[in-house]
Design a binder for this molecule. Sequence first.
Ligand code: PXL
Length: 274
Amino acid sequence: MRDAPPLVLTFAGTDPTGGAGLQADVLTLASLGCHPLSVVTAVTVQDSLGVEDFLPLEAEWVADQARRVLEDMPVAAFKIGMLGSPEVALAVAEVVSDYPDLPLVLDPVLASGRGDELATEDLVAVIRQTLLPQTTVLTPNSLEARQLAVDETTDEEVPDLDTCALRLLELGCEYVLVTGAHEQTAQVVNTLYGEDGVLQRLTWERLPASYHGSGCTLASALAALLAQGLDLREASRQAQEYTHRSLRAAFRAGMGQAIPDRLYWLHEAGEDAT
Ligand code: PXL
């Protein structure tokens, strides 16, 4: 029997479109050679246009799913996506606190691609207080970075993105990778920050469509590559490259956002052979 590939445990909400959430994570992790372990945090009702509704699981069910596999299998990395409620976030924070040496990638899912709210201010507060201090790499888009860095109960002016990222580091995460697709720039600029400031700034061609689950793809790819032992800068570069290629190969399955093809290399291999 061969050795198991690296096991990556994702905590995520289900997305019946297969575009984002748990399904995006599973496809990405498998595509990059890891075995996905998946803990459902919430169930969503959505289509390619947006999220209609969601139901968070009972927190105890989330913790039980995770503890059962964690006691059976040697997990190499965690990825956390949509949490659905403050109670679920607390339960997840408690589970991962028993594994402080494992890399943890946190994608703060605060809204859908269309902007449907997926996290209340209470949930954001729990993420700040209990999950950021346990996070190896936080992967907010620029909107999430601003929302997490600024306390909405004050009327403070939002500082620039670099300052927001430094604040997120002060809240306890080791690294922050801020993605720039939502910024009004000709190209997409993604910036990796560590305690010494900017560690890496990579620029990507701005692609023409809007994509469902691009953030899930990036965060899962990063978790997969860290599970395989790549150092952070290299994992960040390769995860962005993988995401960019998945988006380039995206297809339109419904009326809304395009779905990234996390298995793009299957078709590339086919093209080479003919
Ligand atoms: O792309 C963020 C995201 C993550 N997880 C779930 C989602 C979405 C966006 O719609 O539905 C379950």
